[in-house]
Design a binder for this molecule. Structure first.
Ligand code: UDP
Length: 449
């Protein structure tokens, strides 16, 4: 690439987790497609380059790496608070080193909100910085309230506050997460992977609270790759030799339940076995992504479906034969289901997944709960319960099933309108591009363009 003509060099740095890397990369692809002469360097850990480095990307996006914060992905899943602390402390020095060496000099930084050190690093170098929040704006707003409540005393969570926190996270994680939130006002922009029309009240209020642009640019999901990819004859085998998209092609319309319980947190093996037995008992068609446990579960869940280690989720959700999504309610998964107009069976496991589940079931009325929601509840759901819930949920003819499938249309349409030309997210992306382009021009020439 000819770097001399590049006005705008954006350095993007995601938090090293699937639910963060995906929206950051998708945002970068959107920016790159809207502005040909932008250059974007995405800074990822070595581990993440291994996961995503070979995925197709536009010519104006490149990767740079910094060392992993912990030795392996397994350690991360088993010790989430330890991993979170390591992200907050070990990425900063190599990132700053990279920032000082990279050419052309960065003119803007987009950093995940949950990277405590990113805004200070940008400020020290006088580089404008946008904070990207990858959960819902409502959850961001709740966390802002938590910051104001001053939940910690001498580093410990005040006991009288714990009851206020319905979705209590590990206190170490919560403390650091709130420190990240309190850093946001020191940045220059706040970006949400959300749609204005889906959270308008909260976003309006955040826009008055912050002295700089707050842009909902979502959903930052790979909708722009759907059509492009459908022309490519790629084989979608997800590692175990079976082409799941071909399999989906051969199933009746809206008959398949897609199941994914998130990219790193897991339910117990005993519960997974019970889900497998429940699916077998239900007789419902299913496609289940279960990472490392897929071969064991494949054997136990009968022959009405497939258990895969991984799949291209948005493509699956948009497939005509998929009629429901059993989800842990991560924000990206929630947005992908909204975009695809697929009703959800909600099964939140931690933190923001609980408010997301409430949003899906109570506000949008496009889903049902798998069970009563109590964080940390380890009680086992039996195969009988699961079979019954799944059968009822996938019954397209029942009156509440029909109602739920009608309800998906409104949020889906809002989402599609937002990303269409002239829609709210499209305009916000343009606004953000114009801001960082102007800032880059001032930096280069000293005069505004
Ligand atoms: N995902 C995927 N294939 C899978 C499972 C997950 O592409 O088999 C993607 C999914 O589309 C989403 C992300 O991984 O973009 C998971 O993010 P989310 O916020 O839903 O949950 P998290 O895993 O961060 O809890």
């Amino acid at each position: 690439m000819d770097t001399t003509s590049t006005v705008c060099h954006v350095v993007a740095v995601p938090y090293p987790g699937r639910g963060h890397v995906n929206p950051m990369i998708n945002l970068c692809k959107l920016l790159a497609s809207k502005k040909e002469d932008i250059r974007i360097t995405v800074v990822v850990t070595e581990e993440w380059l291994g996961f995503i480095g070979s995925n197709p990307k536009p010519h104006n996006i490149g990767f740079s790496t910094i060392p992993n914060v912990l030795p392996s992905e397994l350690v991360r899943a088993a010790n989430y608070p330890y991993f979170y602390e390591a992200v907050m402390t070990k990425m900063e020095a190599p990132f700053e080193q990279l920032l000082d060496q990279i050419q052309p000099p960065p003119t803007a930084i987009i950093a995940d909100t949950e990277l405590l050190w990113a805004i200070p690093a940008a400020r020290r170098r006088n580089i404008p910085v946008a904070s990207l929040w990858t959960a819902s704006a409502s959850v961001f707003s709740t966390k802002c309230e938590n910051v104001k409540m001053n939940l910690f005393e001498d580093g410990d969570l005040k006991l009288d506050q714990t009851s206020e926190l319905g979705e209590l996270e590990d206190p170490r994680v919560l403390k650091l997460a709130l420190e990240c939130i309190s850093m946001v006002p020191k940045g220059n922009y706040l970006l949400f992977s959300s749609v204005y029309e889906l959270e308008s009240q909260v976003i309006d209020s955040l826009q008055t609270e912050f002295p700089f642009p707050v842009y909902p640019i979502g959903p930052a999901i790979p909708y722009f790759e759907l059509e492009y990819d459908s022309n490519v004859t790629s084989v979608s085998t997800s590692g175990n030799g079976l082409d799941y998209l071909k399999w989906l092609d051969s199933q009746p319309k809206a008959s398949v339940l897609y199941i994914s319980l998130g990219s790193f947190l897991s339910v117990s093996s005993a519960q997974m076995d019970e889900i497998a037995a429940g699916l077998r008992k239900s007789g419902i068609r299913f496609l289940w992504v279960a990472r490392g446990e897929s071969s064991r579960l494949n054997e136990r869940s009968g022959d009405m479906g497939l258990v895969m280690p991984w799949c291209e989720q948005l493509k699956v959700l948009c497939h005509f034969s998929v009629g429901g999504f059993w989800t842990h309610c991560g924000w990206n998964s929630t947005l992908e289901a909204v975009f695809s107009g697929i009703p959800m069976l909600t099964f939140p496991l931690v933190s923001d997944q609980f408010p997301n589940s409430r949003r899906i079931v109570e506000d949008w009325k496009m889903g049902r709960r798998v069970k009563r929601e109590v964080q940390g509840d380890q009680s086992l759901m039996t195969r009988e319960e699961i079979a019954e819930i799944v059968q009822r949920f996938m019954d397209l003819e029942s009156s509440d099933g029909k109602e739920m499938r009608k309800r998906v249309k409104e949020p889906r349409d809002l989402c599609h309108q937002a990303i269409a030309k002239g829609g709210s997210s499209d305009r916000n992306l343009d606004g953000f591009i114009s801001d960082i382009t102007k800032a880059a021009a001032i930096k280069r020439t000293g005069v505004p363009i």
